[in-house]
Ligand binder design. Structure first.
Ligand code: HEC
Length: 170
């Protein structure tokens, strides 16, 4: 009985190991679920904290923001937006999304800005969801979390369908 027990323990341990290995191997295939940031403020903060956008196309190094986004930034584009910008489209498909990491003077991550096209029609900025948080903790200052935030789309209007970052990404 003692022997049997230790055998089954060994088996369940190796089964557990196999499952863990399989999970790690297949995890990259599941990133498709990370293509679309959630628009619920709390869920989005969690999504950002989990770095769910890390596999998106991105700039290779931080650059000093040309806008008000402090201090330096790294832009990430989801596949839909990246392909649409590459095709030089005048309007991006619904589901297009960008995340900008905001870095402090030491280069440490200190907030995020997000834009997500939620409608087929940009409708002067109303068809985009805008989010920005100044800090990396749940109680940090959220300066935007809504569709059609004038502060955001006002400055983004000259962009290519409200997207400002030069493409191809540097
Ligand atoms: C004063 C102008 C200005 C305002 C206001 C502004 N932005 Fe931006 N934003 C920029 C510029 C310029 C870029 C291009 C990248 C860079 O150099 O920062 C940019 C880039 C971005 C990007 C990366 C995708 C893209 O469009 O290039 C996101 C996401 C973003 N901003 C979100 C926001 C949000 C959310 C707000 C409102 C809270 C906002 N921005 C307000 C100027 C602005």
């Amino acid at each position: 009985m003692e022997l049997l027990n230790s055998y089954s323990k060994k088996w369940s341990l190796s089964l557990f190991t196999t499952l863990a290995v399989v999970t790690v191997l297949f995890a990259p295939k599941m990133t498709i679920a990370n293509e679309t940031p959630p628009t619920d403020k709390d869920m989005l903060f969690q999504w950002l904290s989990d770095r769910s956008y890390k596999d998106w196309a991105s700039e290779s190094a931080p650059h000093q923001s040309a806008g008000p986004h402090p201090v330096s930034v790294i832009a990430y584009l989801n596949r839909v937006l990246n392909e649409s910008l590459a095709a030089n489209s005048d309007a991006h498909p619904k589901g297009s999304a960008a995340v900008k990491e905001l870095l402090d003077a030491n280069g440490d991550l200190n907030g995020w800005a997000v834009s997500l096209k939620t409608d087929d029609d940009s409708n002067g900025g109303q068809g985009w969801f805008w989010y920005e948080i100044l800090g990396n903790t749940a109680d940090s200052n959220v300066v935007a979390s809504d569709n059609g935030v004038p502060l955001c789309f006002g400055c983004h209007t000259p962009g290519k369908d409200f997207v400002l970052i030069p493409h191809p990404l540097k």
